[in-house]
Design a binder for this molecule. Structure first.
Ligand code: UD1
Length: 327
């Protein structure tokens, strides 16, 4: 997938061997071939579902697995409202199968892709790992929360586990080569892929969901993070797996940006005009939140290095070179 392929580039670049398991539900095998092309290294790929018990027996016996990075989650907020059982089945039941099989094969190191959506977004704007959690506005968000709680209970039952939960803010951007990037199925739900599809002529205009929020320009504020910085956070988290414990980190820049600011940054970075209109608010959107990422800096020696211009340039470089994504 989008984030996983960038993590593969980062880890292969750091000298790790990488084995990928994916059911290709929201991803494309071509991304892996391009990861190999970018890095000049090979990885192993198993096409299998997270709930497929026998696949783990094969993968864990054929490979020497140091630890698992688990990002096999469904993540479309609106779809999760329509199909809650599919979300709980894939995300929660899938994680239970993964953890049971890891335990059976004596692998007790895991990094989990969590989300800022686990925070109670009514309780503050600048979020630290100690900010209150809960009150999710979608089934998707609740699956992330349940998995975090399950991982904490697992650690409390057996302190030999090493568990790192990474709470992503808003990943955008692409590898600087323009060979891998975000390739959503159908109409994009998220801001940046929508902007790039307008820029490439696939969509007529961007709808900005609300300009009457209590923010300086009236549009919502988020913490956008370059996907390669996010990937760098994972390689630092892999080092953390050397320690037994339960660790939680925000991965964000701490630099809040409004929707309109992102649109304008995109126009400026790429010398393009984006056609947009103001539309009604989208249900469930919080007006403003962003990361305090100090803990990752102190404990992982990680911080985001790329700014909004880099994110906008690299997103566009990917989209213009791949107007149809991987197809
Ligand atoms: C959402 C989820 C987050 C999830 C992420 C990735 C919540 C609260 N947030 O983040 O958990 O990890 O998606 O799937 O559940 N916007 C527009 N027009 C568009 C698209 C977006 O104006 O066409 C605005 C939104 O209103 C929002 C901002 O852009 O203010 C960012 O939206 P989006 O990219 O969808 O991310 P989040 O909603 O922040």
């Amino acid at each position: 997938g989008y984030i996983g392929s960038h993590i593969c580039v980062e880890l292969l670049g750091q000298g790790y061997d990488v084995t990928v398991m994916d059911n290709l539900a929201n991803s494309n095998e071509k991304a892996l071939r391009r990861v190999e092309e970018i890095t000049g290294k090979k990885l192993r790929f198993y096409e299998a579902d997270i709930r497929d018990r026998s696949a783990y027996d094969e993968i864990f016996s054929q490979n020497e697995i140091y630890g698992v990075i688990h990002m096999a989650g469904l993540k479309a907020v609106g779809e999760s409202v329509r199909k809650p059982l599919a979300y709980f089945d894939n995300n929660v039941s899938g994680t239970i199968v993964l953890l049971e099989k890891m335990k059976e094969h004596h692998i007790k190191r895991i990094i989990f892709s969590s989300s800022a959506t686990v925070y109670d977004l009514t309780q503050g704007e600048c979020l630290t790992e100690k900010s209150p959690i809960g009150n999710s506005t979608s089934p998707y968000g609740r699956t992330k929360l349940v998995i975090e709680q399950m991982l904490a209970d697992l650690y409390h039952s057996d302190a030999r586990w090493s568990i790192v939960m990474l709470r992503y803010f808003n990943p955008i951007g692409a590898h600087v080569s323009g060979r891998i990037g975000e390739d959503p199925n159908g109409e994009p739900n998220n801001l940046m892929p929508y902007i790039t599809q307008v820029a490439v002529g696939k969509r007529e205009k961007l709808n900005i969901f609300g300009n009457d929020y209590d923010t300086p320009d009236g549009t919502c504020i988020r913490d956008y993070i370059h996907v390669m910085d996010l990937a760098g956070g994972h390689s630092k988290a892999v080092r953390k797996l050397e320690e037994q414990g339960l660790f939680i980190y925000n991965l964000g820049t701490g630099q809040p940006q409004s929707v309109l600011a992102v649109v304008h940054a995109f126009e400026k970075a790429n010398g393009l005009k984006i056609n947009y209109a103001i539309a009604p608010r989208r249900a469930g959107d919080a007006p403003k939140y962003y990361a305090n990422a100090d803990k990752a800096k102190t404990e992982l020696n990680w911080e985001a290095e790329r700014g909004i211009e880099d994110m906008c340039r690299d997103s566009w470089n990917w989209q213009k070179n791949n107007p149809e994504g991987y197809r």
